[in-house]
Design a protein around this ligand. Structure first.
Ligand code: SF4
Ligand code: SF4
Ligand code: SF4
Length: 697
């Protein structure tokens, strides 16, 4: 079964899955579109070559990029030219692709032994057909068989028509029979427009090489043979062909037949070519014959290609206007018919040849078992359509974008595993709509989520503000205590000076300078009290702005609030902090951080009864940060809680002493407001808090 020689090559990596090959293919099922690329099944291909042209078009006309390409015997022909006697048989359509007399010379240059005109074979074919009809050996309508693609199509799909195929050879076959007698030791090469001829030759074994015009043209270029520079050559035929020179044109057989047998009614020969042959005519013909219709023609002149063999798949004239392809062929036929002596010689030749040779041809096979399509039941069909998203009448577009002529045939292809619903135009459109609607749903859900997040965010913001406020209130309570310490000494000094003044007044001892000095002392103390109050008020001011500051000044302001309180508790503070450069930050908030840390150390000294409490404040710059370290000797933080001390509401102090917000707020201030880092570690006999602040924020 797998014995059809390949005539179409396939490069899977070049396939862009456009389905154009299926759209133009008369068989359809020889292409499998169920995967990511369209695969090709040679054993169902009739070799018409249409898919090659469609594929090249899909690649912008670039045949090198095309996934499908023609296969012929050019390589063997070129290889054997050197050491074999090869006779070339040139198809009549060559006149529409090359300048024929120059081509003959070129072939001789390539090394062929002799060159014959297949149009003479067509003259023999016409005679053979006439004899067949006259003898009644074939039941009309006689289907002409020069086109191997049509023959293969009938063998595959309409086996009932095989008996109507002419049981004599095609023009090239008939000429080959004649030439073989003249050159028994030579191999024959058909210079050809047709891919499928390769298969005919494998069946008949008459011709060794099928060399399409495209391959020959490439070979001539490769060998540097320029036809325009060559002298004219002529065929080795014993006589010239006549009207059959036009055999390669649509209706060429009919014209040649009517010319040779002028009493034949033209109406008895039907001429047909192109897509309509496959789409309509052959099924109609098969039906008409089956029904025993009496209005059938005697002969059918039938070709696969729309413009006959003149523009077949192997031609090089696909971009030329039709008239410039057909005119040289028609002109050659006209010239040949003017030569009356040649006409007489031709007739004599044909009569003689008909008796000398056997032109019969019977290599037809019923291949219809290969064409085994399963037809889906109604339920299966409905299921296929449902999966293709075809739910309403308007979904059945029959647009052929999938490559089949209707949604029904696409469903059959899917049912037989030859395609998939995803390749339907409408399916893709609906999938896109579903995706769009899913996307819209998703966007709507995201918008709701976003609203919820914003709500949550603003609630958290409010909670944070409450936390900040709480922590400030807590700090305020502590600071009132600190201020009491700050004020204790100046207030007592003021009281002492005022008491002394009272004594002097009681003793009536007025000494102006002494009074001035004492009043100035009172004034200085009052000023100190006022500054402390200012720092305090400043600290509690809401919405403190960013400011450019020297960090050690922020430490000093902090010490002006807490310093005396520490001093009262005998805490020795070593302030070794000095910076050259200002940074842009939130000084007031940083004061809160420093106060929190210093207050925590102070509480720890009391709790741990530290003998010589000490706090060291260091400051240094490590680009791009300015770093402050506050180190105490209060015994450090136990390892099991050190990771939690920045959590909100976490406190190591006894009930009612700590709020658990101080360090949490400090972390937030340093990391979220000032974009720095606040870390803690144990060091020697105490804790070390490190505050890293970016120089540029
Ligand atoms: S050569 Fe013709 S029959 Fe073969 S796959 Fe191409 S279009 Fe179809
Ligand atoms: S025409 Fe066929 S083989 Fe060529 S690219 Fe398109 S799908 Fe692939
Ligand atoms: S609608 Fe789909 S299945 Fe129908 S012919 Fe067009 S592409 Fe093919």
């Amino acid at each position: 079964m797998g014995d059809l020689i390949e005539v179409v090559g396939f490069k899977e990596e070049n396939c862009v899955n456009c389905h154009q090959c299926i759209a133009v293919c008369p068989v359809k099922v020889c292409s499998d579109g169920s995967g990511d690329v369209v695969k090709f099944n040679n054993h169902l291909c009739i070799g018409c070559g249409r898919c090659i042209e469609a594929c090249i078009k899909s690649h912008g006309g670039n045949s090198k990029k095309s996934a499908r390409f023609p296969l012929d015997d050019a390589d063997d022909f070129i290889r054997d030219l050197a050491d074999k006697s090869i006779v070339a048989l040139i198809a009549p359509s060559a006149g529409g692709n090359f300048v024929l007399p120059k081509l003959i010379t070129a072939l001789r240059r390539l090394g062929v032994t002799a060159v014959y005109d297949v149009a003479l074979g067509a003259e023999i074919t016409v005679d053979c057909y006439h004899q067949l009809l006259e003898s009644g050996r074939v039941k009309p309508p006689l289907i002409s068989q020069p086109c191997p693609a049509i023959v293969k199509y009938i063998e595959l799909i309409y086996p009932n028509l095989i008996n109507h195929l002419a049981p004599t050879g095609s023009p090239v076959h008939d000429l080959a029979v004649y030439v073989k007698n003249l050159h028994p030791d030579a191999e024959l090469a058909f210079i050809s427009p047709c891919l499928a001829k390769r298969r005919e030759f494998r069946d008949s074994k008459m011709v060794r090489y099928n060399v399409i015009y495209q391959s020959l043209n490439n070979l001539l270029k490769l060998r540097g043979i320029n036809l325009a520079e060559l002298e004219d050559g002529s065929f080795d035929n014993p006589v010239e062909a006549g009207q059959a020179i036009k055999f390669s044109m649509p209706g060429g057989l009919k014209e040649a037949y009517l010319h040779r047998y002028p009493t034949t009614p033209a109406s008895s020969i039907t001429r047909i070519e192109g897509p309509v042959v496959y789409d309509k005519y052959l099924p109609q013909l098969e039906r008409a014959i089956r029904k025993g219709r009496t209005d059938l023609p005697q002969m059918i002149d039938i070709l696969s290609c729309e413009h006959g063999c003149n523009m077949g798949a192997g031609c090089i004239n696909h971009f030329d206007p039709l008239h410039s392809v057909e005119m040289p062929i028609a002109q050659r036929a006209e010239q040949a018919l003017h030569d009356e002596a040649m006409t007489v010689a031709r007739q004599a030749f044909l009569q003689e040849t008909a008796h000398l040779h056997d032109f019969s041809y019977n290599s037809y096979r019923d291949l219809s078992s290969r064409f085994d399509l399963s037809i889906p039941s109604t339920d299966e069909l409905n299921e296929i359509f449902r999966k293709m998203h075809k739910t309403e009448d308007k979904d059945f577009r029959n647009c052929a974008a999938c490559g089949y002529n209707s949604c029904y045939f696409m469903a059959i292809a899917i049912h037989n595993g030859l395609n998939k619903g995803e390749n339907c135009h409408l399916y893709q459109e609906k999938e896109l709509l579903y995706e769009q609607s899913e996307l819209s749903d998703m966007i709507a859900r995201l918008e709701v989520l976003n609203g919820e997040l914003q709500q949550e965010f603003s609630e958290r913001k409010q909670q944070e503000q409450v936390l900040v406020q709480n922590s400030k209130l807590a700090a305020m309570g502590e600071m009132i205590g600190m201020i009491a310490h700050q004020w204790r000494q100046p207030l007592s000094s003021i009281s002492t000076v005022a008491g002394n003044l009272q004594v002097y007044i009681d003793l009536d001892m007025y000494e102006k300078d002494q009074f001035m000095t004492m009043l100035s002392e009172i004034n200085n103390h009052a000023q100190y009290l006022s500054n402390t109050i200012n720092d305090f008020r400043h600290f509690f001011k809401p919405d403190n702005p960013q400011d450019e500051v020297l960090l050690h000044e922020v430490i000093n302001s902090t010490m002006s609030i807490i310093g005396k309180s520490l001093e009262y508790k005998n805490v020795c503070v070593i302030n070794d902090c000095s910076f050259q450069n200002q940074i842009l930050t939130y000084p007031n908030e940083l004061m809160q951080v420093f106060l929190n840390i210093l207050k925590n150390s102070s509480d720890a000294f009391v709790e741990n009864e530290t003998v010589a409490p000490q706090i060291v404040i260091k400051g240094y710059e490590e680009h791009p940060y300015q770093i402050i370290e506050i180190i105490d000797n209060a015994g450090g933080i136990t390892e099991d809680v050190i990771d939690k001390i920045f959590d909100p509401y976490f406190s190591t102090k006894g009930p009612g002493i700590g709020t658990g917000l101080g360090l949490y707020m400090s972390k937030m201030i340093v990391e979220e407001h000032c974009l720095g880092q606040l870390m803690v570690r144990n060091e020697d006999d105490g804790a070390c808090f490190t505050i890293k602040l970016p120089v540029v924020v």
